[in-house]
Ligand binder design. Structure first.
Ligand code: TZD
Ligand code: CA
Length: 529
């Protein structure tokens, strides 16, 4: 009889989960014994970085990814990073090691007491199999739950289970296929196409799921058929639409009142691939203007259920876009040549030795290839970013989906590992970098071709701005002077440069090394909006 471990490894290989992001402990070693050829173990030095790298890798590859965490302490370290993976709907399959069964009750060291409860409600599904023979099936369930729910799933396995004999039915999971379809029914399709056809002034709101699902170009086709304005949903984590397209209006402000104001004069708001809505600042008001109808199309049943207003159709946005494009017989106004794309303004010049963030982003825009993927975690520079960038390709932009810092640097490493032929740049603040800094070591170890542009303004810039907004001008703990990321990066094995001005930055960016590097640039403080 093969061991539980043999069946598990075989199942993971058949499902294509052969890249493991992890940080092991003694409880995990038996799972890692005898990993077959074709498996690749990517060691991260802290679990926050492990999950951030896995999140970036899964998002960029569009596939579930295996994560291996150590018991309660490793799982706990991972939780902040998991908040982002939950919000970006990233299918992570987390396998954590547990003490042997007789040692859990008495709480021996490294027992993860009530492991599933530790992870709920963050993950979508969490379990510890009731016996060793159920491990292969439970592992398959974790993979399918992560894929179907598009949410991290968590499996805790007592470490002596792996060497146990599988039972005679264990191999039944090896051939399982679990498929999913989200095409609306005929009546639902008719009602939706009629609502869209009847709208005089429709507005489209696109969420990050559109880019995650590979629907960036399809969204452009739909928008050009509809001919109405397009917004990105608030708290955006992936760019679903070219940001200088003539129909694009920007990212919706993340407050009730300003969102409602943006919809003024529109009779239909069609939301595709987004929650309704992920507000941030509490700016009360009416959810929608009088007479405005909202229809949300999402595959996320939870997002449909919890929305405070509007109608919802739980369906695959791909199927709905196809349906709508077919149903609208108005000639579209394609702008494939990009002639109507909004021009970029000249960046403000530096005032003193520090660069304006817009100068940094203008340099990226001009010096980086058009298909560069950017992983951004720099919070006070948000409006500068959108003013200067011109992103026209799918998968061009990633941001921490729940606003939890520590995604950016590891996420950039993961995106670059998943897409070795695509240029990847991490745009990271001097505050943000510290939450996932150990990912630099993994980038060096695997010689990941990645450029990190480190924006050093010496402070938690966004929090200074929030201090003004919330009437807290005197909060302590907002400045972070004295950090030199060139020395930190070199300590982790990543080549680093401090650049002094826009010309030097442009010259350095124009080199395209095939290994990781960090470029530190001193920047002036700006506000997020
Ligand atoms: N801790 C975590 C895990 N996530 C957070 N979002 C925060 C703390 C709070 N926080 C923000 O929301 S923005 C920010 C903090 C500390 C400052 C980030 O500083 P930065 O960027 O240098 O990366 P800016 O451009 O200076 O704001
Ligand atoms: Ca900063």
């Amino acid at each position: 009889m093969p061991s539980v471990r043999r069946i598990a490894h075989e199942f993971l290989a058949r499902q294509g989960l052969t890249t493991v992001f992890g940080n092991p402990g003694s409880n995990e070693l038996p799972f890692l014994a005898g990993l077959p050829d074709g498996f690749r173990y990517v060691l991260g030095l802290h679990e926050g970085a492990v999950v951030g790298m896995a999140d970036g890798y899964a998002q960029a590859s569009g596939r579930p990814v295996l994560v291996n965490l150590h018991a309660a302490s490793g799982s706990g370290n991972a939780m902040g990073a998991l908040t982002n993976a939950v919000a970006s709907r990233t299918p992570l399959v987390i396998v954590a090691g547990q003490q042997v069964r007789p040692a859990i009750g008495p709480e021996a060291n490294l027992a993860n007491v009530d492991a599933p409860a530790l992870m709920r409600p963050l993950v979508g599904w969490a379990a510890e199999p009731a016996c060793a023979q159920d491990v292969p099936r439970a592992l398959a369930q974790a993979v399918f739950e992560a894929r179907l729910q598009r949410r991290p799933a968590y499996l805790s396995v007592p470490y002596d289970d792996w060497a146990a004999d599988a039972d005679e039915n264990a191999s039944a999971v090896l051939d399982r296929r679990v498929l999913h379809a989200g095409v609306p029914g005929a009546e639902q399709a008719r009602a939706l196409t009629e609502a869209v056809a009847a709208a005089r002034r429709p507005v489209l709101v696109l969420g990050g799921d559109i880019d995650s699902a590979g629907l960036f170009d399809d969204a452009v086709r739909l928008a050009e058929r509809l001919g109405g304005p397009v917004w990105a949903a608030p708290s955006l984590f992936r760019l679903p639409f070219p940001n200088r397209h003539p129909l694009f209006r920007g990212v919706l402000p993340a407050g009730i009142e300003p969102v409602s104001r943006a919809f003024e004069g529109h009779d239909l708001v069609l939301v595709l691939g987004a929650p309704v809505f992920r507000y941030h600042e509490y700016l009360p008001g009416r959810y929608l203007p009088e007479g405005t109808r909202l229809i949300q199309v999402t595959e996320d049943a939870g997002a449909a259920a919890r929305a405070p207003m509007g109608e919802a159709l739980v369906a695959d946005p791909a199927a709905v876009i196809e349906l709508l494009v077919k149903s609208i017989d108005a000639p579209d106004v394609p702008d494939a040549a990009g002639t109507g794309y909004r021009p970029v303004p000249a960046p403000p010049a530096a005032d003193g030795p520090r660069l304006h963030p817009e100068e940094v982003f203008a340099a990226l825009r001009d010096e980086q290839p058009d298909d560069t993927a950017y992983v951004v975690e720099s919070t006070s520079t948000n409006s500068s970013w959108w003013r200067q960038m011109d992103l026209r390709r799918p998968g061009s932009y990633y941001f921490p989906a729940a606003g939890g810092l520590g995604f950016g640097l590891p996420g950039a490493v993961g995106v670059a590992m998943a897409q070795p032929d695509r240029p990847v740049v991490g745009v990271i603040g001097d505050g943000s970098a510290n939450y996932g800094i150990t990912a630099l070591w993994t980038a060096a170890r695997h010689q990941v071709p990645l450029t990190v542009v480190l924006l050093r303004n010496g402070t938690y810039g966004a929090l200074r701005w929030f201090g003004g907004l919330l009437g807290v001008p005197d909060a302590p703990g907002l400045d972070i002077p004295g950090l030199d990321f060139t020395r930190i990066a070199e300590g982790y094995g990543v080549a680093a440069r401090h650049v002094a001005g826009a010309a030097e930055l442009r010259a350095v960016l124009a080199e395209h090394p095939d290994r990781p590097r960090l470029i530190q640039v001193d920047t002036a403080l700006t506000t997020p909006s």
